[in-house]
Design a protein around this ligand. Sequence first.
Ligand SMILES: [Zn+2]
Ligand SMILES: [Zn+2]
Length: 347
Amino acid sequence: MRAATVIPGKPGSSAVDELPDPSPKPGELLVEGLLAGVCSTDEDVVESEHGTSPAGRERMVLFHESLGRVSHAPAISGFREGDHVVGVVRRPDPRPCPACAAGQWDFCRNNEYTECGIRGLDGFGSQRWTVEPRFAVPVPHRLGELGVLTEPTSIVEKAWEQAEFVAKRSYFAPRRVLVTGAGPVGLLAALLGKQRELDVHVMDRVERGAKPDLVRELGAGYHTSLDELDFEPELVFEATGSGDVVFDVLRRTARNAITVLLGLSGGDHTTRIPAGAINDELVLDNDTVLGTVSANLRHYRGAVHALDAADRGWLNGLISRRVPLAEWQRALRAERDDVKVTVRLAD
Ligand SMILES: [Zn+2]
Ligand SMILES: [Zn+2]
């Protein structure tokens, strides 16, 4: 079979490799890869210092966003041949820490967790892969290729869940939500806000094209600057990873606001901030700022549910390209109007 591989930390090492077919260990599913989704983490693994190969190996199979079809399932696995599945990216550390032991590997305490296609485990960018049933998430057939959006949606599902946990600290009935960044994570955060029947506004720099169109089709407001906002958001999902946007938005929130940070800045950019004024605003407004990363099984299941409830045409608009495996590096080169780029794994 063929696979997209890379030597993490070695720019220029990306390849399409011929690898032996994987053989499932007892109890495991054998899966035929359909699509892999590409995100900025993959760019970091391919082009910079991010990522670690599986123990004892130089190369790693890339990609953590998956969709596959089960081709072999043990009788007691709960899966059947032909089922569509997505693999869970983060796996509990081997010790495990108390969080991992409780199934909350997204909150791993000792930093020894592994991640498929990122940290110590092969990803899903191969024509066949194996997975333990407990790390396989069933996706209904009716979602078709849209199932590849499950992993990025799980990130957003967790973000909404975390915000809703924090909201329970007081009376909180948010109406207006701001999402900063109209990439896949921002757009999916906006979708989940509309599914909760909230007034959703998205801010991104781009002035025209697929991103503003998708926001408007969702029935959300689109803005190219925070200065355009004529309201104070009660809930914010920050997906740009821009330090400037983060601190700007913290000064604009309503009382008792919750700001969820989802984006990585990845760099040592410095900026001048009015630190005292921001502190006073956070304290006097009872504001909360929280960061969130990764997802556990509950979030993947929630993500499948959210995708299933969404408009298929709109979701399809998020997938801007399907690049063949033989040319997968093309998927990492940004093109105009890209939202979510995918790699088609089948021949
Ligand atoms: Zn990703
Ligand atoms: Zn752990």
